[in-house]
Design a protein around this ligand. Structure first.
Ligand code: 0O2
Length: 270
């Protein structure tokens, strides 16, 4: 098989990864735009290198003509979450989608691998449109917490360095670190509500400030500069108070002022 053929073979996998990464990023934005807590923290994707595909085929004795069927993670998408509880939520969101067909799951969160690896994998089918028509491809979606991801990334580098022979003392350290990751995830889960509240109110504040600034800009078009300067000064004063209730009150008052000016300009236009 020559290099050109590999390129053509992997093209739809590249497309699938790009599409799904974009779709999950958009899902995150939808949560944020609605002022809701988002169980997705970060999305990334990759297509396995030819090197890595060949290594896996050799390791598992997979013949060339069964490669696409038996290597489930030629295309892979990884979703990281803040909390263990979010993993199930993300898996559920994926299962409900009509563009993704879940074949089966591998739950290494409940059933940690001997290495200490924890992650939730969904093996899926996803169809991309190519010049030759639709192509249904197999992919792996890995869902894990940031802490699990940290462990897996570090361990993966060591696997690369030592192949299958990670020295025993390092293996032991990795195993200790895996236990520490479980403890960290549990601790984080126990303050999940607090953290979620803090993040939501920070998001709310960002949106409110953006709304206020847009309203001030709009006012600038329909009223005097002096008036807008006064409003802007008042905004900076209230913002410095760092008091969410005050900011909400100012936001409502600004809406009323803007409504008043709008009514005036409509009357004037009559
Ligand atoms: P890469 O470089 O990420 O592509 P198996 O032989 O059954 O253990 P299989 O059939 O590929 O492996 O399925 P599995 O176990 O679900 O593994 C799929 C992917 O999960 C792996 O792909 C890794 O990305 C990740 N993974 C699985 N086990 C471990 C582990 O112990 N440590 C780390 N760091 N990652 C793991 P690849 O092809 O192995 O690697």
């Amino acid at each position: 098989m020559d290099i050109l053929l590999w390129h053509k073979l992997l093209e739809p996998y590249e497309l699938a990864v790009q599409e799904l990464v974009l779709k999950f990023q958009h899902m995150k934005k939808e949560f944020q735009d609605r002022g809701l807590y988002c169980p997705i923290e970060h999305v990334s994707g990759r297509v396995k290198t030819v090197n890595s595909i060949l290594d896996k085929m050799k390791k598992k004795g997979i013949p060339m003509d069964q490669m696409e069927e038996l290597i489930e993670d030629i295309a892979g998408v990884r979703i990281t979450c803040q909390f263990v509880e979010d993993i199930e939520k993300v898996a559920q969101l994926i299962e409900e989608r009509s563009d993704i067909e879940v074949q089966y799951e591998k739950d290494y969160v409940k059933h940690m691998k001997e290495s200490g690896y924890r992650s939730y994998h969904l093996i899926i089918f996803y169809t991309v449109q190519t010049l030759e028509g639709p192509k249904k491809i197999q992919m792996e979606i890995q869902i894990r917490t940031l802490a699990m991801d940290f462990w897996a990334t570090v361990e993966h580098s060591l696997q690369y360095k030592y192949k299958t022979n990670i020295p025993e003392h390092i293996r032991q350290r990795l195993s200790n670190a895996a236990d520490a990751i479980i403890a960290l995830d549990n601790e984080m889960s126990s303050v999940r509500n607090e953290i979620m509240d803090a993040q939501l109110s920070s998001q709310l504040q960002h949106r409110m400030v953006a709304d206020i600034l847009t309203a001030i800009e709009n006012l600038y078009r329909i009223t005097s500069r002096r008036e807008v300067e006064k409003i802007q000064e008042e905004f900076y004063r209230i913002y410095a108070l760092n008091d969410m209730d005050e900011l909400k009150r100012f936001h409502t008052e600004l809406d009323q002022i803007a409504e008043g000016y709008r009514a005036q300009s409509v009357t004037a236009g009559l």
